[in-house]
Design a protein around this ligand. Sequence first.
Ligand SMILES: [Zn+2]
Length: 294
Amino acid sequence: MSDYMSKVLAFDGQVKATALIATRAVGTAQVKHDTWSAATAAMGRTMIGTQLLASSLKGSDRLVVQVNGDGLGGKIVAEANGAGQMRGYITNPHVSLPLNENGKLDVRQVVGTNGSLTVIKDLGMKEPFAGQVPLVDGELGVDFTYYLAVSEQINGAVGVSVLVNPDESVRAAGGFMIQLMPGATEETISEIEHRINQIPLVSSLIDQQENAEDILIRLLGEENIKFLEKMPLEFHCDCSRERFSAGLISLGEEELEEMIHEDQPAEIVCHFCNEKYSFSVEELTALKAEITNK
Ligand SMILES: [Zn+2]
């Protein structure tokens, strides 16, 4: 199944919901970063949650989530935009742990339970929006839900889920986000709560070939849903030589002079996709001259 996102309104506009399949996008990130199972799950859940939060954005508007916890994985960063493109990385990709007491990948140990979840929205305006909440759970679904409630005053639920094969490849990945609108009734809320409590793990549903619409129907009831929109999703990193050249220039003359003095090519690795960019001493000298001649 290709990666995509499906958005709905439900209960006559009392509820907005999104479900997505991201098996390929998380799978691509797993290969690029050579992550091991527990790290894959933590990075993948962060990417899925980020794309869910970005589901209301338009086009090139982008959203970055930084998970800074005290777990074994170190900092996790993901970015997604309104065009369905996402990327992400984890500081320590080689974390593999015994399954937790529920028989699942132990994401909490990778993320940690002390720290913060920060969301930065770049909507093309001067000041990006930023919101931060403490980590409250470490499994990430509850943490994203808590962020929505506290930072955006939206009650709802976020579910994020990744299944990994024994050979470390990603078997299934996906998630959902339910947002209650201000007029949502007690009756609606209790029906959704009841349904959320019964739904199996989203990644296992995807593994059984259920699509995003099937998952939304399980969460909200077919008779209550109005399907709105579908959008393809993909892993995409927009890093480039030009961008890293600009980054080197922004280091300033002194820093560049030091690099030139070392008389070796500078190698820069993109955090998000592991692509390597090498700048020769001649190129570094030319970049320094650009600053000098400004
Ligand atoms: Zn890149």
